[in-house]
Design a protein around this ligand. Structure first.
Ligand code: NOJ
Length: 573
C-alpha cells in the first residue's frame, strides 16, 4: 500500500507562515490585510506550499503585534471583516491549501472586555477569570519575572491587588483553573472550526498554568540582572549556565501539572471536527500525550537554538527529537522550522556573509528532506534579510522599544548605541513588508503610502518576487522546484530517517526510506568541496536532484563529491 495514503494531510504538508500585517496591503493603508492575502493566493499555490499558518488576525490594540487579542471571534478592522476572512479561507481551500490560525490561549489583551470587567471591582463576575493576588509588604506577591522584562506582576490601583502576566503587562494571563475561562476559550476555538479552518498553532502553550501556591523561585539574581549577564556572556558555556538559571527562574511559571489533561480536553474539542490539527509553540516535546490524544505536533525549536547550523548540531538534534517521539508512539510526528516572526531571518542569521545564496538553498533542502512537517516563513523564499532600523520612531515591536529605553535610562547608553543594540534585538527586523516587486514600497502598498514598518531597501537589488519569478536561477524558483520535487519523492515525505556517516563534520547525510524506495540526502555545510564514500551501495544510483553550483560527481558504489554548500538527493536503486 502507498505509505502516503496512511498519512494525515498535515504530515505530508509544507506549511507557510503568513504574518498578515506584512504580507500584502489590499486597501492602500500601509497595513497588510485579507484583500491583499486573497490577491496572493495564486502566488502561494504556484510556490507549491500545502498549508498556511496565519499569525493573529483578531482585533487587538497591537501592543504585541496581534498577540494581545481583544476579541477572539472577530477580525481586526485593518485586516478586513469576517466575510473577507471567509473569502480568504475558501480561496485557500479551493487551491488545495489548508489554513491554521494562531490561537493565544494563555493571555488576552488588557483591553479585552473580560479583563476590563475583571479590573472593575474585586467582586465582579469575571474577577477570577484572571490571576489576582495581594502583594507582600512593599511589593508583588512573589519574585517571578516576565521574560519580556521586569516583574510578572502589575499593581492595579483601583482594586488594590496585583495581576499576573507572563508576557507584557498589557497581556494579563487568563486563569485556566476557572472552568468558565476554559468554556469561553473552547467556544472561541469552535467558532473558527465551525467556519472551516483546519486547526491551530497554539501560542506559548507551556505557560498556561502557574504553580498554584506561587512560591518564590530559588534564583538570587533578578530577571534584569540575568538578562544583562546573558548579553555579556562571552563563551557558549557561560551562556548555557545562564540559560539554565533562566529555566530555574521560570520553574513555577511554565509546564505545570495539569497541562496534559488540558491538552487532552482541547484535543477532544478539535476532534469533534474531522481531521484538524493542533501544533504547539513549546520548547519541549512534552505535549504529544500518547501520540494520539494531545497535540499533533510541537515545533522543534531546539534545532534553532544555535547561531551556526552544523551537521553535528543537526544530527544531535534529530537523534534526540526522533528518539523522544518514537518513545511516545508511532503517531507522534516531528516538525521543523528555521525561522518565524520571532526570530532573525534565516538569510541573515545562518548565512556566513559570503555564501548566503547557496546556504539559503541548502537550508531549504534541509527543511524539505528531514523527517517531519516543514514550516517556512513568508519572505524566506526570496531571501529576505533582517532590516536594522535606524530611527527609534520606526520601531513597532514593544520588546525593542522597551529594550531601547532600558539601555538609555538604566544603563546610561548614548541613544545611538542603544538604538543599534535595540535594532538587532527587536523583532521588527524580521517582520518588514513582503517584497513583491521593484516599484515603490516593493509593491507591498501603493506609492505615497507609509507602510506600517519600513520596507527593506534590498527589494531594489533583486530581493523581490517579480524579478525572481522571471529568473530561472533565482531562490524563488529554487523553492518552487524543490517543493515540487518533494511531492514526487514519497520517501522524503513518508520515509524513516537514518543517519549516514554520523561523524562527517562537513556533510550531513541521511537515508529516507519506505518499502521500495531508499533515498540518500547529502548536504555539504562547508565552504569547501567535500566527498562522501558510499562503500555499501552496490547498485545504481538515480540522481533526483543535485545543486547546479557544485561539481557533484556520483560514481555508483564509490563516492559523491559535493562543491561548497552543494547538495544532492539520490535514490539507491
Ligand atoms: C509567542 C509569539 O510567537 C510572540 O510573537 C508573542 O510575543 C508571545 N508568544 C506572546 O504571545
Amino acid at each position: 500500500m502507498d505509505p502516503l495514503c496512511k498519512m494525515k494531510w498535515w504530515q505530508k504538508a509544507v506549511f507557510y507562515q503568513i504574518y498578515p500585517r506584512s504580507f500584502a496591503d489590499g486597501n492602500g493603508d500601509g497595513i497588510g490585510d485579507f484583500a491583499g492575502i486573497i490577491s496572493k493566493l495564486d502566488y502561494l499555490q504556484d510556490l507549491g506550499i500545502d498549508a498556511i499558518w496565519l499569525s493573529p488576525h483578531y482585533p487587538s490594540p497591537n501592543f504585541d503585534c496581534g498577540y494581545d487579542i481583544s476579541d477572539y471571534t472577530g477580525v481586526a478592522e485593518e485586516f478586513g471583516n469576517l466575510a473577507l476572512f471567509q473569502e480568504f479561507l475558501e480561496g485557500a481551500h479551493q487551491r488545495g491549501m489548508g489554513v491554521i490560525l494562531d490561537m493565544v490561549l494563555n493571555h488576552t489583551s488588557n483591553q479585552h472586555p473580560w479583563f476590563q470587567e475583571s479590573c472593575s471591582s474585586r467582586d465582579n463576575a469575571k474577577r477570577d477569570w484572571y490571576i489576582w493576588r495581594d502583594g507582600r509588604p512593599g511589593g508583588p506577591p512573589n519574585n517571578w519575572n516576565s521574560p519580556f522584562g521586569g516583574s510578572a506582576w502589575e499593581w492595579d490601583e483601583h482594586t488594590g491587588q496585583y495581576y499576573y502576566h507572563f508576557f507584557f503587562k498589557e497581556q494579563p494571563d487568563l486563569n485556566w483553573r476557572n472552568p468558565e475561562v476554559k468554556e469561553a476559550m473552547f467556544s472561541a476555538v469552535r467558532f473558527w472550526l465551525d467556519r472551516g479552518v483546519d486547526g491551530y498553532r497554539l501560542d506559548a502553550i507551556g505557560t498556561i498554568y502557574e504553580h498554584p501556591d506561587m512560591p518564590d523561585h530559588p534564583v538570587a539574581m533578578s530577571g534584569t540582572e540575568l538578562r544583562r549577564e546573558l548579553e555579556k556572556a562571552e563563551t557558549p558555556e557561560r551562556r548555557h549556565e545562564l540559560l539554565c538559571l533562566w529555566k530555574e527562574m521560570e520553574k513555577y511559571q511554565v509546564e505545570q501539572p495539569g497541562m496534559h489533561e488540558l491538552m487532552q480536553e482541547l484535543r477532544g474539542v478539535i476532534d469533534e471536527y474531522d481531521d484538524k490539527l493542533l501544533i504547539g509553540e513549546d520548547e519541549k516535546i512534552a505535549y504529544h500525550g500518547d501520540g494520539t490524544n494531545e497535540l499533533h505536533m510541537v515545533f522543534n525549536f531546539p534545532l534553532i537554538r544555535t547561531e551556526v547550523l552544523t551537521p553535528n548540531w543537526i544530527r544531535n538534534n534529530q537523534a534526540q527529537r526522533i528518539k523522544a517521539l518514537e518513545k511516545i508512539s508511532r503517531e507522534a510526528w516531528p516538525c521543523n522550522t528555521l525561522g518565524n516572526h520571532d526570530s532573525p531571518r534565516i538569510w541573515t542569521r545562518y548565512g556566513d556573509g559570503k555564501h548566503n545564496a547557496e546556504q539559503a538553498r541548502l537550508f531549504l533542502a534541509l527543511m524539505l528532506t528531514l523527517k517531519g512537517t516543514p514550516f517556512l516563513y513568508n519572505g524566506e523564499e526570496i531571501g529576505m534579510t533582517d532590516l536594522y532600523l535606524d530611527d527609534i520612531s520606526q520601531f513597532r515591536d514593544t520588546l525593542g522599544l522597551l529594550y531601547y529605553q532600558a539601555q538609555v535610562n538604566e544603563l546610561g547608553l548614548m541613544p545611538l548605541d542603544a538604538l543599534q543594540r535595540a535594532a538587532r534585538l527587536t523583532r521588527d527586523k524580521n517582520r518588514t513588508p513582503m517584497q513583491w516587486d521593484n516599484t515603490a514600497n516593493a509593491g507591498f502598498c501603493p506609492e505615497g503610502t507609509v507602510p506600517w514598518l519600513p520596507v527593506n531597501p534590498d527589494f531594489a537589488m533583486g530581493v523581490n518576487v517579480q524579478e525572481q519569478e522571471t529568473d530561472r536561477q533565482s531562490l524563488l524558483n529554487f523553492y518552487r522546484n524543490l517543493l515540487k520535487l518533494r511531492k514526487s519523492i514519497p520517501a522524503l515525505i513518508a520515509g524513516g530517517y537514518e543517519v549516514y556517516h554520523p561523524r562527517n563534520p562537513r556533510i550531513l547525510s541521511f537515508l529516507r526510506q519506505i518499502p521500495g524506495q531508499t533515498c540518500l540526502v547529502a548536504l555539504n555545510f562547508s565552504a569547501e568541496k567535500a566527498g562522501l564514500y558510499l562503500p555499501d551501495v552496490p547498485g545504481e544510483i538515480k540522481v533526483w536532484f543535485s545543486s547546479e553550483n557544485t561539481s557533484c560527481e556520483i560514481r555508483p558504489g564509490k563516492q559523491i563529491r559535493l562543491g561548497p554548500f552543494g547538495m544532492v538527493i539520490v535514490e539507491l536503486l
